[in-house]
Write a protein that binds this ligand. Structure first.
Ligand SMILES: [Zn+2]
Length: 396
């Protein structure tokens, strides 16, 4: 179907500003920008409306319900089928709120992979999912309930080949991503501790991923884990509490990207009495470090993309991308940069920059329509949402 969105304020992702123009949608894609509709063409008048690319959240866990104080425990109690159903609901709720793509970085029994496939094949509606499957980790790791245990170099490589195999079996655009838990976390009772893998193991993992046209994300909080992952060529560092100037500079030079997930730790610090004190205490330390390193990364120019850790304990329902936006702004990032980190920058880092992340001819028509300017107030995303399009189809 062909239609036009006219008289709209359209977000220019490169410039980070709005321009008045129109979009021609043809089927799933944006066919033209700035083309006026011919007589009789179907048009939607978007006067006073702000059109942005669909929001991309680079760090979610769809099998988790973030309204629970213990989503990790729920995963074990409820099992794979209920978790899959939660994923269906989370993907739908994300889409309805304007989060049109998510990268899922940890699910039990690789749940997020068939979920991505079901959505991609049109069996169920929902946000486009880039699934990493279960998070690779050692026997003593972080969030084993959404993990895949690999203790040796051979097991790591076998796991990557398994993930690659899903490309064909699941008929989804390649499973571009693997996720590794390189250190302990705040949202668990374990110590953050040293890096769980040796430099040699991490290098072998990164090599195998890149050889197979995949990328790899690492959950890494301690200096030991972050520095070893950066040295090994891991593509995105998730959370990254103990960042240093030297690491941020190295990441910038190498083109590696930081997904800080700042809101979830702030939320944990506000959850005393609901969440175990051990977790809250660790989150307080992470939050203090992140506030400083977030500013430092912006000064240095290290790439930052938006990831929320949606689904985490007591964090609220899916999606959580907007909570993340608000905290990124609070920590000093201008609104336009926050939006870029959740659209064009994110799309490029995740490997979908050719098809998503900006409103340009030839790209998928993933569009968020607001009736207030998000550059003036990012709350426009939550308080002034009018419509969402995913691949050219209206969602609301
Ligand atoms: Zn996570």
């Amino acid at each position: 179907m062909e239609f036009y969105l006219t008289n709209a304020q359209v977000f220019d992702a490169e410039k980070g500003e709005f321009t008045q123009t129109s979009l021609k949608i043809d089927g799933k894609k944006i066919a033209a920008v700035g083309e006026l509709p011919p007589e009789g063409a179907k048009t939607v008048d978007c006067s006073g409306k702000y059109l942005l690319p669909g929001i991309i959240d680079a760090h979610v866990h769809l099998v988790w319900d973030g309204t629970s104080p213990d989503p990790m425990g729920d995963t074990v109690k409820d099992g794979d089928y209920i978790c899959f159903a939660r994923g269906v609901a989370g993907a739908m709720d994300s889409l309805r709120a304007g989060v049109t793509t998510v990268r899922d970085v940890g699910s039990n029994d690789d749940c997020a992979i068939p979920l991505a496939s079901a959505i991609n094949r049109g069996i169920i509606p929902g946000a486009n999912i880039i699934p990493a499957g279960g998070a690779i980790q050692g026997s003593y790791g972080h969030c084993p309930m959404i993990g895949f245990i690999a203790n040796t170099e051979a097991q790591l490589i076998e796991r990557i080949k398994r993930l690659k195999g899903y490309d064909i079996e699941m008929r989804i655009p390649p499973v571009h991503w693997a996720k590794i838990m390189a250190s302990g976390g705040a949202a668990g009772l374990e110590d953050v501790g040293p890096c769980m893998y040796s430099p040699r193991e991490l290098e072998a993992l990164a090599y195998e991923c890149h050889r197979l046209n995949m990328k790899v994300a690492a959950h890494a909080l301690s200096y030991d884990a972050i520095s070893k992952c950066v040295n090994a060529g891991i593509d995105t560092i998730e959370h990254g509490a103990e960042m240093t100037e030297e690491i941020l500079l190295q990441m910038k030079e190498n083109g590696q990207c930081w997904v800080p997930t700042v809101a979830v730790y702030k939320s944990l610090t506000e959850s005393r009495g609901i969440i175990d004190d051990v977790i809250v205490n660790k989150a307080e330390i992470v939050t203090e470090k992140q506030k400083k390193s977030f500013k430092q990364a912006m000064e240095i120019g290290t790439k930052i993309i938006l990831g929320s850790d949606a689904g985490s304990a007591n964090f609220g329902p899916h999606p959580a991308a907007f909570q993340e936006m608000f905290v990124m702004e609070e920590y000093g990032m201008p609104a336009a940069a926050v939006i870029r980190s959740a659209t064009i920058d994110s799309a490029r880092e995740l490997g979908i920059g050719d098809s998503r992340g900006s409103l340009e001819a030839g790209k998928m028509a993933d569009i968020v329509v607001l009736d207030a300017d998000p550059l003036a107030d990012l709350h426009a995303f939550t308080d002034h949402l009018v419509q969402v399009y995913k691949e050219g189809s209206a969602v609301l």
